[in-house]
Design a protein around this ligand. Structure first.
Ligand SMILES: C[S@@+](CC[C@H](N)C(=O)[O-])C[C@H]1O[C@@H](n2cnc3c(N)ncnc32)[C@H](O)[C@@H]1O
Length: 268
């Protein structure tokens, strides 16, 4: 599993794309004023703090990365939010929450069925789950194109041939519906959206480092590991590729394909 701890203090500055999607997911969940809410894979807690403002009920954030939980406690620990370090597939909660909120994290779960089972256990009868994550193999065509250069480049092609994606990316909203329905949820609503960010190449690279880099530059995602200088070389090649994608206005267009899904615990 990718460890987000090393980027915990930098994450929020780079996470403009995740934050914008997270706001839309808050609208979809429509938390009622006294509901108890779990922020699943909360990262450094900025969206957990948004949830805190929406309900007088219990707000809990959990994440597998100790660095993320430490950063969340440092930033928001005094604000009436409980932060728990745990894997999403092994939640220590039973029938305690009215809603689970999961933003920009579902693609990282190695065993999504186990995570959904843990969410069902954590929810009360009729409890809701709102989930947003990047979707489709071409989750961000600009990044996919830039990373394709690692396959061609003489310095990286032998290593990149051993890359194994850790992500779950399904191609349609119906695919996600089936996954949730099979786990025991009733899907109330789901759709795919493409959101476009236009930014300078340097900022595009910051966005790359908020998530994608934790797979593409992560030695654990390569069968047999990587040479010590590979992450830096690969990052330089991706950065150069993004610079070449800039238009005459100097900006790169990053289109992100995302799925939004709202479901209810069945059989409550
Ligand atoms: C891209 S960040 C999203 C953070 C936050 N939800 C947001 O929208 O800004 C993904 C988070 O998922 C967490 N994560 C990945 N796999 C996990 C797992 N199996 N259990 C719990 N957290 C996990 C990572 O540690 C990281 O903090």
């Amino acid at each position: 599993m990718a460890d987000f701890s090393p980027i915990a203090t930098e994450y929020q500055r780079r996470a403009s794309v995740q934050q914008a999607a997270g706001e839309a997911l808050l609208d979809m969940l429509a938390v009622a004023s006294a509901e108890d809410v779990l922020d699943l894979a909360c990262g450094p807690g900025a969206l957990t703090a948004r949830l805190r403002n929406l309900t007088t009920g219990r707000v809990t954030g959990c994440d597998a990365a100790s660095g993320m939980i430490a950063e969340a406690r440092r930033q928001y620990g005094d604000g009436g939010i409980e932060f728990v370090e745990c894997d999403a597939a092994a939640l220590p909660f039973a029938g305690e929450f009215d809603a689970v909120y999961c933003n920009s994290s579902f693609q990282w779960f190695a065993d999504p069925t186990a995570v959904l089972a843990a969410c069902l256990r954590a929810l009360r009868p009729e409890g809701r789950m709102a989930m947003q994550c990047p979707a489709k193999a071409e989750f961000c065509p600009g990044f996919v194109r830039a990373v394709e250069e690692l396959r061609q480049h003489a310095e990286t092609r032998d290593t990149f041939a051993r890359y194994q994606s850790p992500w779950l990316f399904l191609e349609t909203a119906e695919n996600y519906d089936r996954l949730f329905a099979g786990a025991g949820f009733e899907v109330l609503e789901s759709h795919m959206e493409t959101a476009v960010s236009r930014c300078p190449p340097e900022q595009a690279m910051e966005i790359f480092h908020s998530g994608s880099a934790l797979a593409y530059l992560n030695p654990q995602c390569y069968a047999g590991g990587v040479p010590p200088d590979y992450p830096a070389r690969a990052a330089a090649i991706v950065a150069a590729a993004l610079r070449r994608q800039a238009g005459t206005d100097g900006l790169v267009s990053l289109a992100f394909n995302r799925v939004y899904l709202l479901a209810r615990k069945r059989g409550g």
